[in-house]
Design a binder for this molecule. Sequence first.
Ligand SMILES: [Zn+2]
Length: 369
Amino acid sequence: MSAAESVTANFVMVPPNDYPLLVSKAGSGSGTVTSSDIDCGSVCSAVYPSGTEVALTATAASGSVFAGWSGAGCSGTGSCRVTMNAAESVTATFDEVCVVPAVTGEALRAAERAVEAGSCRLGKITRVFSGRVKRGHVISQKPKAHKLLESGAEVALIVSNGTRKVLLGRSVDGRPIVAYEVGNPAGPRRELVVGCIHGNETAGIAVARRLERMSPTSVDLWIVPVLNPDGVAAGTRGNADGVDLNRNFPYRWRTLSGVDDSGPHPLSEPESRAADRLIRRLRPQVSIWFHQHLDAVDESGGQIAVERRFAELAGLPLRRLTREPGSVVGWTNHILPGSTSFVVELPAGALAEPAVVRFARAAIAVGTS
Ligand SMILES: [Zn+2]
């Protein structure tokens, strides 16, 4: 100090501090974070005047879920509100998830692509014969569509192999005797359903045709709509030789003549031989033979619980009818102990559609369990 001095301190108004807000993303999935100034996406930071309230919203991309916030005091999966009193950074975590696609009815190739696109993994593929779903197309899926699972979760598919049609043989007059296989050829159980053996008892054919269009998954179901095509063509009980095929099998066979002509010896007829071959090859746990018109399920000598269950589901009484010599159910129950082969006597006339469905479902139910 060599002279008098004066000092002036000048204070000026300065704008409040601006602070940056930085958004970053983490996790295996993807998504966007937005506010009025941020679209991250591409714009992942903004500068705000001190004291500004910023609300951030996270939106997961398809195939991802938003797992939550961290940083700047934010947590959870709601919106993130930040008051800008300092530089802040916020992280949004997106996880990839398996979004189970809807693939029922799709071709297998398309279904595979959809499963991968959904960040899921193809699980077990079970191939079953089906008359309802086109060959190579998905009959059903597990889990159901739209479920959110951990990324890479397995989606199991049941895929149609179409219907398998097998020529069993030919009738006396050369008509084809055809079987259809639907359901799971590798399934734990096999079932045989024959729509018509007496040519003038044709109501069961509609049940057989209905079964051809079904896709049971836990039974290997063999359907013979008509074992006696010549009898159906002529409207007769017997085949073209006049033999009652249901008296022509080797168990307790004896000579009968007239309307239930047993034939000259057991298995004398090509139709019964075709049935016999099929039965011995399949060894079905359950066989159902449709007749008319006594309106009852017959206690035919197999497991009565199976017959009773069918009777309940079908809405028919269970009765013990006469056990005829040389009948196919007697023969089957004899050669396959523990199995159940039984007669269902439908009412007279044609079945109404709801009854057809009821009998078909009952047949699948007793074949499945
Ligand atoms: Zn009959």
